[in-house]
Ligand binder design. Structure first.
Ligand code: B1M
Length: 222
């Protein structure tokens, strides 16, 4: 198991998407994150093992290397593409939850922020937890969140931010939503977000991971 997980992690770190992708040149012709993840799942490795032991640690390494200026945005983008090619195989497992819907959940990455890997994971797990998910995508303006809430007034809302700069937009969005929809439950997350920040901006809940988000929503309807 370790060998295949290490290979997947290497593909994420190097940005090797699939067998036919020419990047990086030294891995040309080799299986990529796409084929290796499919192989791992077909051979009994659990989806959460692929996620927790290969994909997420590999992305952390990518982030660290970017911080140390060992890699730049194009390489980070290739790693994100490799991660997405692996995640498409995990998606059906995370989405095969109960069919009866518990409620609606609106989610998006806040304005100015294009990071969607974490948001997509949260979205998948919540859908798997039995919620109808309205995913507004990335770079979502406050107005777009407000429109979606207006159309789905009972929905809970999730905001994701990965940049310290866009956390400010998260704050603004929370304030505007709470101003018009005081009862709407707002859950926030993303690498730079903390409980302290959650309390400061008046959101209802902070979760560092998708499972915490699922648990929070579960107790809302318990
Ligand atoms: Co960007 N980026 N990036 N990036 N990127 C970070 C976030 C950074 C920490 C890298 C670094 O410097 N070490 C840094 C932010 C620094 C800061 O603000 N303090 C950074 C930067 C600077 C930038 C640019 C500004 C770079 C530039 O252009 N000079 C630029 C900004 C673009 C923009 O958004 N406007 C940029 C661009 C990009 C890419 C497009 C190349 C790519 C994103 C592709 C994509 O998402 N489709 C990218 C990537 C891949 C990263 C890193 C390497 C990985 C992010 C990721 O996907 N992690 C990242 C470094 C890092 O995080 N280690 C970095 C894996 C993912 C599973 O984790 O998203 O944290 P995460 O989600 C977690 C939890 O946070 C939580 O659950 C998830 C699973 O556990 N969670 C929630 C997330 N949302 C939640 C919501 C919830 C609950 C939990 O409830 C609603």
């Amino acid at each position: 198991m370790d060998e295949i997980l290490n290979k997947i992690a290497r593909c994420i770190q190097s940005g090797k998407i699939d067998k036919v992708s020419p990047y990086p040149p030294d891995m040309k012709g080799e299986d990529g994150a796409d084929e290796l993840t499919k192989f791992a799942l077909e051979n009994g490795i659990k989806p959460d093992q692929v996620l927790d032991l290969a994909l997420i640690p590999a992305m952390e390494t990518v982030g660290d290397r970017f911080s140390r200026k060992e890699i730049y945005v194009p390489q980070m983008l290739m790693s994100a593409k490799a991660m997405n090619s692996a995640m498409k195989h995990l998606k059906p497992f995370f989405q095969s939850g109960e069919t009866k819907r518990k409620g609606k959940f609106i989610i998006g990455t806040v304005a100015g922020d294009l990071h969607d890997i974490g948001k997509n994971l949260v979205s998948m797990m919540i859908e798997g937890g039995g919620w109808e998910v309205i995913d507004l995508g990335v770079d979502v303006s406050t107005e777009k969140f407000m429109k979606a809430i207006g159309e789905n007034p009972q929905a809970a809302v999730g905001l994701s931010a990965l940049l310290t700069t866009t956390m400010e937009n998260m704050k603004k969005t929370v304030a505007v939503i709470k101003d018009s929809y005081a009862d709407t439950r707002i859950l926030i997350g993303g690498a730079p977000v903390t409980w302290e920040y959650c309390e400061k901006i008046g959101a209802d809940f902070y979760s560092p991971d998708p499972q915490g988000a699922v648990n929070y929503l579960k107790q809302l309807v318990a």
